[in-house]
Design a protein around this ligand. Structure first.
Ligand code: SAM
Ligand code: SF4
Length: 478
């Protein structure tokens, strides 16, 4: 979500006449788009601001803006600890970045944070703003902002507000427009995509209106996979089916579904919609039922594994990835062993692993007496990485010798002489480029030649001559 906000900020600045600089040392404007999910972002921000301040002393015309949810949370502190900052803007003020910089140039530092409650419907979702995407063929599409859950560790509800869904027809309209502009892959974004639409219907019912008779809400394809009759509200599954049916869209991804709300309809839609990629990011957080309960996650490890197994049974060749927190307050050695056991059983393709970070105002941050010692956490973190990497490597080795569809992303960031692409399972493949190279956004078939825990290597078999033709390339062995 933060990356997507950055694309919008860059788009707004570009539309205002700015061009990308080669680095901060040359830039007239530097925007730090922050995230406050974990504490080290706070620390990094003040370090970066110190460095920028010395650059600014050498070049007084340079402007510095701080955006994002950390800016929203710490607006006063940033002004206090960050002399030299010209603009502080909140997550809802992205569209104003260029005009705020102008105001600051004329009359000094400015802080602008719009609270969600004061916003009009159209201002909640930034889709009308210009965007500067890193990859021309792939786009994020925000379908939901905020979160109505109350996970004990998480600051998102406090800084991103209540859950709000973008109307069904507007999401499909945005994807159609993107496809018309050459985008072939979209990633639907929300904190809990499976509860998509719940707020829309609750709001309508509260004013005595029947959601089922609201065309703007329903959109054309609300009946869902298999053409089942109209539902009481559009489900995320219906959105997947409708977005997957947009002409020109070859790949649909989404992040994140909450395991407690992963409905059978979503799994069915994944299986039934050719464009929906065979990848499920299903955050586990912990494998201990005791810890899951104290996190207020709303599922047990067994229920999680059951849902994951249902998804694997329905969607052939499904890659599953996850998020795990190590050292949640009160986590014992036994709890952690249970996490290791679930991770081993889940056989993840990869995992984002995080050290628990107390966030101000969250329930868990007040449980200081049960914080886990940092050496214990570091040791558990290292042990978890070993188990995750082992399963990732095993999953990747099983792909060696197979044919995979990739979409080219460009030269590898580490070695510009190597081409990188991404498979439907969201795996990065490095390959030698053919003579003349391949343009980013090109679909191609490769043979997987080698595996590592975090990427695959491959060799080019053929290039897809019809990049907008929507199909699912059968994965064959040999
Ligand atoms: N909405 C998603 C869900 O419920 O699974 C998670 C979104 S959160 C922005 C991304 C990940 O950051 C979480 O899945 C969690 O693993 C991690 N995270 C959030 N708060 C954290 C904290 N206080 N300390 C460490 N990791 C945290
Ligand atoms: Fe945070 Fe939980 Fe909401 Fe995810 S579901 S954003 S972890 S509160």
């Amino acid at each position: 979500m933060n990356e997507h906000d950055s694309e919008r900020i860059a788009g707004v600045l570009e539309a205002d006449g700015l061009v990308p600089a080669n680095g901060v040392a040359e830039a007239d404007v530097v925007v730090l788009n922050t995230c406050c999910i974990r504490e080290n972002a706070d620390n990094k921000l003040y370090g970066h601001l110190g460095h920028l301040r010395s650059l600014k002393q050498a070049r007084p015309g340079m402007q510095i803006a701080v955006a994002g949810c950390l800016a929203q949370k710490d607006r006063d502190l940033i002004v206090e600890r960050g002399p030299g900052v010209d603009v502080v803007l909140g997550t809802h003020n992205v569209g104003r970045v260029a005009s705020l910089l102008r105001v600051a140039a004329e009359s000094g530092p400015v802080v602008e944070i719009w609270e969600e409650a004061a916003l009009e419907e159209g201002e909640l979702f930034p889709s009308a703003l210009p965007v500067r995407r890193e990859l021309g063929h792939a786009a994020w599409v925000t379908i939901q902002i905020g979160c109505d859950n109350s996970c004990a560790f998480c600051i998102v509800p406090a800084v991103r507000g209540a859950e709000r869904s973008k109307p069904f027809g507007e999401v499909v309209g945005e994807v159609s427009q993107l496809a018309a502009g050459g985008v072939t892959e979209v990633c639907l974004l929300g904190q809990n995509v499976n509860s998509y639409g719940r707020d829309l219907t609750t709001a309508l019912r509260s004013v005595g209106r029947d959601p089922a008779s609201e065309e703007w809400l329903a959109g054309p394809a609300w009946s869902g996979p298999g053409g089942a009759g109209r539902r009481a509200r559009p489900l995320f599954a219906d959105l997947l089916a409708a977005v997957g049916a947009v002409a020109g869209i070859r790949r649909v991804r989404y992040t994140s579904p909450h395991p407690k709300d992963l409905r059978p309809e979503t799994i069915e839609a994944m299986a039934a919609t050719a464009a929906v990629c065979e990848h499920l990011h299903l955050p586990l957080q912990s494998g201990s039922d005791r810890v899951l309960a104290s996190m207020h996650r709303g599922y047990t490890a067994a229920r999680y594994l059951e849902r994951m197994a249902a998804a694997r049974a329905a969607v052939a060749d499904l890659a599953v990835t996850t998020d795990i927190i190590v050292g949640f307050p009160g986590e014992t050695e036994d709890d952690f062993d249970q996490t290791l056991a679930v991770v081993a059983e889940a056989a993840y393709d990869s995992a984002y692993t995080f050290i628990y970070s107390p966030r101000p105002g969250t329930e868990a941050a007040a449980r200081e007496a049960s914080f886990v010692a940092s050496e214990t956490v570091a040791d558990r973190f290292a042990r978890l990485k070993v188990v995750v990497d082992r399963s990732a490597l095993a999953r990747h080795r099983a792909r060696v010798g197979r044919l995979e569809e990739i979409v080219v992303e460009g030269p590898s960031k580490r070695d510009p002489g190597v081409l990188s692409g991404r498979t439907r399972q969201n795996k990065v493949v490095h390959l030698p480029p053919p003579p003349g190279g391949l343009r980013a956004g090109t679909y191609a078939t490769v043979t997987v030649t080698a595996a590592a825990p975090h990427h695959l290597s491959g060799s080019l078999v053929s290039v897809d001559a019809s990049p907008t033709h929507k199909t699912r390339i059968p994965v064959a062995s040999g």
